[in-house]
Design a protein. Structure first.
Length: 234
């Protein structure tokens, strides 16, 4: 739902067609209505059971840093599109989930060996997976919020997340092969290296280079392009 809203808002920005904005408002309200407000922080639970690639069980309701980040983008962009205070209030409450302690089953911020991860999948009974693309999508929400509201704390969290991507590269890159889906041991144990995911992360790294002005991420994207060529035999 959050992805759909982001696409519709961007279509509104590109075209000015009010139908896109109308759709964005209806769906953003649905996202808001289905969320939870706990101690001033807004949460977006998944209401179905799921098993992470056949390994890690997640029972409803379960929570995700990726979901929190994309919802943060939604409400930030809704405020940009409408100027309505209700969307800033929603964005502020969603950002609060990035800044406060939470129960273990929804605490998606994870410091591991000095790196700050935004976990896509949270299961306290299992080692953290450190999914790369979910981590970066959470960062995109922080980026939007930091820019729109000139928020230094969001910018600092985004910067910490970018540092994690840079410093963990060797943990999920597989030379001349498709990269691992996550930096955690679980993805190595089950050899989880999907081609489409590898290509998606490559695009994300290119975006991250533009967002940060740091060519390191562009070099990482180039490295993954070379790995993809070798893995596909081209």
């Amino acid at each position: 739902l959050s992805w759909y809203i982001v696409y519709v808002i961007e279509s509104y920005f590109a075209s000015g067609d009010p139908e896109y904005l109308s759709r964005a408002k209806l769906n953003a309200q649905k996202l808001l209505d289905d969320s939870e407000l706990v101690d001033g922080a807004r949460w977006f639970p998944y209401d179905f059971d799921h098993v992470f690639h056949g390994v890690i069980p997640l029972q409803a309701p379960w929570y995700s840093g990726m979901a929190q980040g994309i919802a943060l983008s939604v409400f930030t962009r809704m405020y940009e599109a409408t100027g309505e205070d209700k969307w800033k209030v929603a964005a502020d409450a969603t950002f609060a989930s990035f800044t406060q302690d939470a129960p273990a089953d929804r605490m998606f911020l994870n410091i591991d060996e000095g790196n700050l991860w935004f976990e896509e999948y949270i299961q306290p009974d299992y080692p953290a997976s450190h999914v790369i693309n979910g981590h970066m999508y959470a960062m995109w929400g922080l980026f939007d919020y930091a820019i729109q509201f000139d928020n230094e704390r969001a910018a600092a969290l985004f910067d910490a997340g970018a540092t994690t991507v840079r410093d963990s590269f060797s943990e999920w890159r597989y030379e001349n092969q498709w990269s691992f889906y996550c930096a955690g041991q679980v993805c190595k144990d089950i050899d989880l290296r999907p081609e489409n995911y590898h290509r998606g992360v490559t695009y994300q790294l290119t975006d991250l280079a533009l967002m940060t002005g740091d060519r390191t991420f562009l070099n990482m994207a180039d490295t993954l392009e070379e790995d993809a060529a070798a893995a596909s035999g081209s």
